[in-house]
Design a protein around this ligand. Structure first.
Ligand code: HEC
Length: 541
């Protein structure tokens, strides 16, 4: 990234040059995305739309000194405080109600691309905070710059243009996914294109010269919009999808048809390789008081209840697909059992590599999708592979580890129980002869059901609420862990209120990644034990 020798030298010594806080510790934000470098700067965003009333922004720092160069707010703040510039004043016209009290969201954590040819920085922005527009912006509105690609001047952070993929988003759709630059010829027209496959299920080709959409077609089941009108650039929405009546089953769901797992473009085959997720969501806000709902900092809250919607018969939850961006058509697809697979890497040698949720690392023929080789890594893979050469040897390397929101909410059927397997970096070459140490087999939680524990249904219902607000994101839906944290149904700690208090309220496991909840009362903790026992009893043997 940095051709300057000075930089290489610093990288070699590992000495700390600078470090900076990009938001105060007291803000309910987090950093899950990598910083990106461009020109003489470093860019970082943040996440947190589900963890409180948050307002997203990205910040650029001087790469030499770490001093803040500029900050771009993705959504406008309270008009009473005045707007930082005309761009925010323009964005504010697309909001209604008192959105600033909810933060608005838009947090950007992944899709940042610097375009040398146009000297422009593209930011892929996030979903609303909260998800439910009826709360966030009750009179409707597009809510700029949620779920958009925003083009910025890289030196000043000033706005150039934007394209919003999902106006007035209401489903946790975001455009944080990869922003890939490609030279395409569409008809007789040469286009400097952005290729973008966001959560909402449409594959977009956008003209970087104008910011206008060239074409957009669904690459997965989309029931929120029937098509993208190329003239206006806007989706043609399907009535009912905004859960106008309080409930709706919608595809793609909140997990998106494609999330942060890298897609890759191969200029030789002309195809894009997309790790695709096929899962709808049932949205339901009938139990929520829309007028008074407020997000609590550091507690999970979206302003709408949601569960997985049943997929149509025969539809597997995942696939690896090759997409032709010029013809806007799928060329091949490999169905996969799980939807939460790693990113793709494609090579000049007609290969596509992908690590999968089932722990297999696979190579496919880029032109046909035929599976040519697999390696059993013994643990789910979430990361994208990379390739590099040293001397005459080419390597392909991949991080093996089951992580991200997939490990929070899914994957209990895969057996990647918390702490049971070893996370590894594995590098392959044609000459490679090393043996990788064997992993233990998949292991599954065995829920504890002591006969003398009498479950009180009222307490269990109260416990479900405490659990949903505070514990679900790590310990899993229905107390079924996906691998990110221990399965509480199998934990003896839940059978001893004193031990539970030490872990949850006193923070004795903080250094091991267990969060602390000093505000939970004795009654809250007792209620959680009843909820967990109820879930343990209901578990399938
Ligand atoms: C940010 C993620 C996160 C959240 C949120 C979280 N936990 Fe944990 N929890 C963990 C991790 C990681 C561990 C494993 C720590 C260790 O290795 O000892 C853990 C361990 C535990 C244990 C010990 C399990 C055992 O048998 O060793 C209990 C009990 C527990 N959590 C309860 C809760 C409860 C109750 C909540 C909600 C009030 C909660 N946790 C919220 C991540 C989380």
């Amino acid at each position: 990234m940095c051709p300057d020798n000075r930089w290489r030298h610093k990288a070699r010594t590992g000495r700390l040059i600078w470090s900076t806080r990009t938001f105060p510790q007291t803000d309910a934000l987090y950093l899950t995305g990598a910083p990106k470098t461009f020109k003489d700067k470093v860019l970082i965003g943040n996440g947190g739309t589900e963890s409180g009333p948050t307002r997203g922004y990205v910040t650029a720092y001087d790469a030499d000194t770490g001093k803040q160069a500029w900050r771009f707010f993705i959504v406008p703040g309270n008009p009473a405080d005045g707007f930082v510039d005309d761009t925010m004043a323009m964005a504010a016209k697309t909001w209604t109600g008192e959105w600033w009290k909810h933060g608005g969201g838009g947090n950007a954590w992944h899709g940042f691309t610097y375009d040398v040819e146009f000297d422009t920085l593209y930011i892929g922005t996030g979903n609303g905070s909260p998800w439910n527009r009826k709360i966030r912006s009750p009179g409707g509105g597009d809510n700029l710059f949620l779920c958009s690609i925003v083009a910025l001047n890289p030196d000043t952070g000033k706005y150039k243009w934007h394209y919003q993929t999902t106006p007035g988003e209401s489903w946790d759709y975001n455009s944080n996914m990869d922003i890939v630059l490609a030279d395409l010829v569409v008809g007789s027209r040469a286009i400097k294109a952005i290729l973008h496959a966001p959560k909402n299920g449409f594959f977009y080709v956008i003209d970087r010269a104008t910011g206008k959409v060239v074409s957009a077609e669904p690459f997965a089941r989309t029931t929120w919009a029937s098509r993208i009108d190329l003239k206006s650039g806007r989706p043609v929405e399907i009535p009912g999808a905004r859960y106008e009546s309080g409930k709706a089953d919608v595809w793609p769901g909140a997990g998106g048809a494609h999330s942060w797992h890298a897609m890759s473009y191969n200029p030789i085959t002309g195809l894009v390789y997309i790790p695709t997720n096929h899962q709808g969501t049932s949205y339901d806000d009938t139990r929520i008081d829309l007028a008074t709902w407020r997000a609590k900092p550091f507690s999970r809250g979206m302003g709408v209840d949601y569960t997985a919607a049943p997929n149509p018969p025969g539809q597997k939850s995942g696939s690896l697909q090759a997409w032709d961006p010029v013809r806007q058509k799928q060329v091949w697809s490999v169905p996969l059992e799980s939807g939460w697979n790693g990113g793709t890497l494609t090579t000049a040698g007609n290969l596509v590599f992908q690590g999968r949720a089932d722990g297999k690392f696979a190579a496919h023929a880029a032109t046909t999708g035929a599976e040519l080789w697999t390696f059993d890594a013994g643990l789910g893979i979430s990361a994208p592979p990379i390739t590099y050469s040293i001397g005459t040897t080419q390597y392909v390397a991949v991080l093996v580890g089951w992580g991200g929101v997939g490990a929070g909410f899914r994957g209990s059927e895969l057996g990647w129980s918390y702490g049971a397997h070893t996370r590894r970096l594995i590098a392959f070459s044609l000459e490679g002869r090393a043996q990788v140490p064997k992993q233990p087999p998949p292991t599954f939680a065995v829920p504890l059901t002591p006969p003398d524990f009498l479950v009180d249904d009222t307490l269990a219902a109260a416990g479900a609420r405490v659990y949903g607000l505070n514990c679900v994101r790590c310990h899993g839906i229905g107390a079924t862990a996906g691998g990110m944290a221990p399965d509480l149904r199998a934990s003896p700690v839940l059978l001893d209120l004193g031990a539970l208090t030490q872990v949850v309220r006193d923070g004795v496991r903080l250094s091991r990644g267990m969060a602390v909840f000093p505000d939970l009362s004795d009654d809250d903790l007792r209620a959680v034990t009843h909820y967990i026992r109820k879930m343990a009893r209901e578990a399938k043997p």
